[in-house]
Write a protein that binds this ligand. Sequence first.
Ligand code: ADP
Ligand code: ADP
Length: 223
Amino acid sequence: MPVISFENVTKVYPLPAGDVVALDGVDIAIEEGEFVLIMGPSGSGKSTLLNIMGSLDVPTSGEVTIAGRKISRMDDDDLTLLRRDHIGFVFQQFNLIPLLSVVENVEYPLILKGRQNGARKRAEEVLTAVGIAATHFSHKPGELSGGQQQRAAIARALVNDPDFLLCDEPTGNLDSKTGTAIMDLLSRMNREEGKTVVMVTHDIRMTEYADRTIHLEDGKVVA
Ligand code: ADP
Ligand code: ADP
């Protein structure tokens, strides 16, 4: 069974000037262990697609199944739990909490789940796995380079062992060398840990890392 499946998914934003069709009859199946890119011009529906995959938004029609659950049967609380327990998010702007240390940021998802026991040890393990030195664990995110902050953000996304990672332009805020290092890290998590990765990017160079690329245009999958 796919980790994420979309069947004839449509998303319409009703606006005073007329409806905007952001997704138009989209069919997608993402299998466990895949590394999939989502590309397309501005306004083609990439963010809308990612928001629905992340259970941050729901379709107007069609069926979406995430981690084996049909989201049409879920209320807001169910969607929050789905997000918390099954999905890791990685953003362009890192979205680390500035007042918490690096290790506190990474253990935060475990604390939210009431898994204080062993949380610090688990956070340190994952930070080490993504290449953050122990000397940096107690630093605030602002004291780290952009590449290190993104590594810490990836550690936070992985700490709960999610079913898949959703990455929104994860290298968009990094210079090209650092961006490559982050892609290498995500690729390693995919190949060595079997982590499913779905990534929105504008960067055509990223296609060499991916199993396949879904191209969107005007809310439709065109390739
Ligand atoms: P992309 O991420 O590829 O730029 P989006 O998913 O952001 O595309 O947008 C797809 C279409 O839906 C665009 O026409 C955009 O203007 C519209 N849209 C996106 N979000 C909203 C919203 N919250 N309300 C109204 N229209 C929206
Ligand atoms: P790595 O970060 O090295 O890839 P894994 O993600 O495979 O490691 O997990 C390492 C160990 O941590 C495994 O034994 C796994 O069962 C355990 N683990 C996974 N998720 C959690 C969690 N949320 N809290 C505590 N331990 C966990």
